[in-house]
Design a protein around this ligand. Structure first.
Ligand code: H2U
Ligand code: ZN
Length: 348
């Protein structure tokens, strides 16, 4: 890698979404001095009678959860998208453009245990979550062009409930982020006759500089163009369009690598690490989508400690995203973290 980009302000291009990010490495050349926060080992009960996601409890909408023993999925009681919206749009010639959208949203409980997180669940229980994600993607993909599986974790991310859960939103149109990723992957495929993210992955595997963890089927890396301090990208090594295309052994390996990554995240500041993560598989449209490569994004907001988060304000809102710690530095720190959870006595 060009030495200049380790030392001087520069911009990096995000091949996947077409954005640029300003990187200011000269601001972090001092050695790492972030002190470890004293960890408050948050104690949560295995069952919380007040929790609207625990088995057997009543939800805000009045429905009662079954006494589920593994995973549980239900239609969001306050869904942002509705399946029976009438079809309407603007005339296409005015300044006030709009169009109707149909869809649905669901909530997925990852475990009946109120006190766990994905990082602390067993690999075989994480496989059950991956299986359910896959089934949901397959089912909703029959009716909707876009199926967004995601997890919003931690109060700092606006998550309303610590019970381990995620969401799925499905819509008949392609939202902004996948639209941009689709456009850029198509353009790359047309130009190079190869798959953008696979070419990118092979380059990254050659250099190793930004690789955090890998196994037989999957790789986690800090993308060259990362915006969030500890942002990562999780990719399969063979081309897959969607999570629902994975084989059993790939889902098992995925559970293993996810657990490894999430333990590293928790170990970074000795806390349950907040993030938004989600899957980007190929849209369910009429195309063959040979340009697409399945991946998951992890966007954690924390910068320096359990309480100091990266704000995307000021210059970021008005000009473009900016970061100090480079993608390479972030990858190195995560690579060096143990993948055994600190609550089990992991040594850093
Ligand atoms: P968060 O993971 O971002 O906190 O969202 C939880 C979702 O759960 C949220 O979209 C839904 C909210 O609408 N919810 C229900 O569907 N039923 C409830 O009883 C409470 C919360
Ligand atoms: Zn609960």
């Amino acid at each position: 890698m060009n030495l200049k980009i380790n030392n001087h302000p520069h911009r990096r291009y995000n091949q996947l979404n077409g954005d640029w990010v300003l990187v200011s490495p000269h601001r972090t050349r001092r050695p790492w001095q972030g002190q470890q926060e004293v960890t408050l080992k948050e104690i949560r009960p295995q069952y919380d009678p007040e929790c609207y996601l625990c088995p057997g409890n009543q939800r805000a909408g009045g429905n009662i959860n079954p006494k589920y023993t593994n995973t549980f999925v239900f239609t969001n009681d306050f869904t942002a998208l509705l399946p029976d919206t009438p079809d309407f749009k603007d005339t296409g010639q005015d300044l006030f453009r709009y169009s109707s959208v149909t869809g649905t949203s669901r909530v997925i409980c990852f475990s009946p245990r109120h006190d766990l997180t994905l990082a602390e669940m067993t690999e075989s229980d994480i496989v059950k979550v991956i299986d359910l994600w896959s089934e949901q993607i397959r089912e909703l993909g029959q009716n909707y062009e876009w199926v967004q599986v995601f997890e919003n974790k931690g109060e700092i991310m606006g998550c309303s409930n610590p019970h381990p859960h995620g969401q799925i939103w499905a819509s008949n149109t392609l939202p902004v982020e996948p639209y941009k990723e689709n456009r850029n992957q198509v353009a790359y495929y047309k130009k190079n006759k190869s798959v953008l993210l696979l070419d990118y992955l092979y380059e990254e595997l050659k250099h190793q500089e930004r690789i955090i963890i890998e196994n037989q089927y999957w790789v986690v890396l800090t993308p060259f163009w990362a915006v969030w301090p500890f942002e990562t990208l999780l990719l399969p090594k063979r081309q897959l369009l969607r999570l629902s295309d994975t084989l059993k052994e790939e889902r098992e390996a995925l559970a293993q690598i996810m657990k490894g990554l999430l333990c590293k995240y928790d170990n970074l500041f000795n806390i349950s690490f907040p993030y938004t993560m989600g899957w980007h598989g190929a849209p369910f449209d009429k195309n063959r989508n040979e340009h697409w490569h399945l991946h998951a994004h992890f966007y954690p907001p924390l910068l320096r400690s359990a309480t100091i988060k990266k704000f995307m304000v000021g210059y970021e809102m008005l000009s473009e995203a900016q970061r100090d710690i480079t993608a390479e530095q972030a990858a190195e720190r995560l690579r060096n973290m143990s993948d055994i959870h600190f609550k089990l006595g992991a040594d850093k």
